[in-house]
Write a protein that binds this ligand. Structure first.
Ligand code: BES
Ligand code: ZN
Length: 639
């Protein structure tokens, strides 16, 4: 375990919607119309956005983006209305444009438009009446200071401390809080953007990026591959670029740039492994962006530029499965996209499966097996607390926040199904199918039924015995973890179990054979400590292994969870520091939930949260507010 570094110091097959048919997909049952996306007001079968031109000024003082979004349209015969998603946007004007590029007629023609009733988390539909010749619509607008996708950081919340920072998080349905768009993963568009920022700040997007700051603060971006709205992304801050390989590099605040470039040096090798397995990387470059610690996720697969939490910089490259995961989305998710958020497991299950395959290539089979064992335990733990309907792979999230579907079911149950397919059908057959699947459905959005039908038609129908053993329908549309799930067996974890048993039998922690243990072994150790656990035992562990001062965010958060559960007070200063500096929801959620189990813990948590909350992204405060029963005045501000 690395103890010198501090975690922050060192830190659709959609007929009529998808464009071209996939060449060999005739056997796939095609939906005549796109599946209805319960999380969007758009009606892409009538009028569909094909290209976005953004021109935005970033105003840090007002905490607003201001400017225009010009949307190029494709219209079905007779369709006269464009329907868009918006939330928390102030629309100043809408104009209609015809012929060629809208830029050629800056004035346009004023449009008649209506904003619908506000719905919780969906926002307001924007309906624009089109003229007979309208080919583009321009919307002049500004965002609200509390826009859910945007996090505006004070200089003090950055590593450098001198400049403010802004980043976006659009997935799942937050793009509509900073760009009026058809905010459904069933619609793909190319985009261009002009972003104006105060120098010397750098602006970066999920697009072709600069490699140096612009003197006047004006940045031009181009994204020539069509992407869904949830992959629109922007970050602005004091950022520096380090090259890591011919196609890979990392952006980070200057203080973190060297550590980041060292930590992620295996990225190019991961790309090569992914291409060997699944075909060419189709996005040009693959760069990383290390964000300030309030970033609410581990990573976000913004095309060409993955957004990352700094908590993945452990100083020993032990947490880079997250890079493998976000890179894998370049195939599963960004290339072949879930058609609606009900099909989220298609994005995350495939990606978690591929993540593990890439880790096997780069770190070896035993390492990959440890990660699968940890995932299985995560899944079993989470399944125990989920409502049955949330344990299916395909979900019906109509009327709910798509965020509710972001559980380990999509990730780990999804990956377990794909691993079962691999083990049953044979790696060679299965890999060939997956590579072919990415090819045939490239740059399209597909739903679960389309995937199931494709797999049945291409592989399972010819192998009835395998198909019966797998029970695909039961896995996808049924509850829980089916009994035929693969069972990882990790020898490295057996060694940990042996030491755990010795400690339970009275051996002092300092005498355990832990030399050479990797992060995942420590995670396994901490998850499997006996319960109950006396304070003296906790002190023994902390003294021997320096757990409260661990520089590894996964080890530290696992330890802090144990400390809360057993009320080990000496760890609370470290807990408070962690909660007030890290905004990654995956870490915050179990810690606050564990605290909330006792009255004293809840009171302590609320005191810390009052202080920490202004530094968290809305994604995290939404979750933690609920855990702590937090009511913030102005919280419901502008929906
Ligand atoms: N695309 C997700 C993050 C996401 C999902 C954001 C749904 C908003 C809505 C990303 O690829 C992801 O899965 N991140 C994980 C990484 C982990 C599983 C390796 C995370 O942030 O923890
Ligand atoms: Zn993911």
């Amino acid at each position: 375990m690395n103890r010198t570094a501090t975690w922050i110091g060192a830190l659709v097959a959609l007929g009529g919607c998808g464009g071209q048919e996939p060449p060999a997909a005739r056997s796939v049952p095609m939906a005549a119309t796109p599946p209805v996306d319960p999380h969007s007001f758009a009606r892409p079968a009538e009028v569909r956005v094909t290209h976005l031109d953004l021109d935005l000024t970033v105003d840090f003082e007002a905490r607003r983006l201001r400017g225009t979004a010009t949307l190029s349209l494709e219209r079905a015969p007779g369709a006269g209305e464009l329907r868009l998603d918006t939330r928390q946007l102030e629309v100043a004007a809408v104009t209609l444009h015809s012929e060629g590029r809208a830029e050629d007629q800056p004035g346009g023609e004023p449009a008649v438009f209506t904003l619908g009733e506000e719905s919780p988390f969906l926002g307001r539909g924007l309906t624009v009446a089109l003229g007979p010749a309208t080919t583009a619509v321009r919307i002049e607008y500004q965002t609200l200071p509390g826009a859910a996708a945007l996090q505006w950081l004070e200089p003090a919340q950055t590593a450098g401390g001198r400049h403010p920072f802004l980043f976006t998080q659009s997935q799942a349905i937050l793009a509509r809080t900073w760009v009026p768009c058809q905010d459904t993963p069933a619609v793909r568009m190319t985009y261009e953007a002009t972003i104006r920022v105060p120098p010397p700040l750098v602006a970066l997007m999920s697009a072709e990026n600069p490699t140096a700051p612009s003197a006047d603060g004006v940045y031009a971006f181009r994204m020539p591959q069509a992407v869904p709205s949830y992959l629109l992304a922007l970050a602005v801050g004091e950022l520096e670029f380090r090259s890591m390989g011919p196609r890979t590099g990392v952006w980070a605040e200057p203080a973190l740039a060297a550590a980041a470039a060292w930590e992620f040096a295996e990225t190019e090798a991961m790309m090569e492994a992914a291409e060997r397995l699944y075909g060419p990387y189709r996005w040009g470059r693959y760069d990383l962006l290390v964000l300030p610690p309030s970033f609410p996720y581990g990573g976000m697969e913004n095309p060409r530029l993955t957004f990352l939490t700094p908590t993945v910089i452990a100083g020993d490259r032990s947490l880079v499965a997250l890079i493998a995961h976000e890179l894998a989305h370049s195939w599963s998710g960004n290339l072949v996209t879930n058609a609606t958020w009900n099909d989220f497991w298609l994005n995350e299950g495939f990606t978690s499966y591929i993540e593990n395959r890439l880790i096997e290539e780069v770190k070896g089979a035993e390492y990959a097996e440890m990660l699968r064992a940890l995932s299985l335990q995560d899944l079993e733990d989470e399944l125990a607390g989920l409502a049955e309907r949330d344990t299916h792979l395909w979900l019906d999230l109509a009327g709910r926040d798509p965020d509710d579907g972001m559980t380990s079911v999509a990730y780990d149950k999804g990956a377990a199904l794909l691993r079962l397919l691999e083990e049953t059908l044979g790696r060679e057959t299965w890999d060939a199918y997956v590579g072919d699947y990415f090819d045939r459905f490239a740059f399209r959005s597909i739903d679960t039924a389309t995937f199931v039908a494709d797999l049945e038609a291409r592989l399972l129908s010819a192998r009835p015995d395998d198909a019966a053993a797998i029970d695909l329908q039961g896995w996808v549309y049924g509850p829980g973890l089916p009994a035929n799930h693969p069972l990882p067996e990790s020898r490295a974890f057996e060694a940990v179990d042996a030491e755990l048993a010795r400690w339970r039998d009275g051996a002092p922690a300092a005498e355990l054979a832990t030399a050479g243990w990797v992060t995942q072994q420590w995670q396994h150790f901490l998850r499997n400590l006996p319960d109950p656990l006396p304070a003296a035992g906790l002190a023994d562990l902390d003294r021997a292994f320096g757990l409260s001062t661990s520089g590894n965010s996964e080890v530290l958060s696992a330890w802090l969870t144990v400390a809360i559960r057993h009320d080990y007070r000496p760890a609370y200063p470290a807990l408070e520091t962690f909660l007030t500096t890290v905004g990654r929801r995956k870490f915050l959620k179990p810690l606050y939930a564990e605290l909330a189990r006792t009255e004293d813990g809840l009171a302590w948590a609320r005191r810390v949260y009052a202080n920490a909350r202004p530094g968290y992204h809305s994604v995290s405060t939404n979750t933690i507010d609920e855990i702590l029963g937090w009511e913030e005045s102005g919280r419901k501000q502008a929906g």
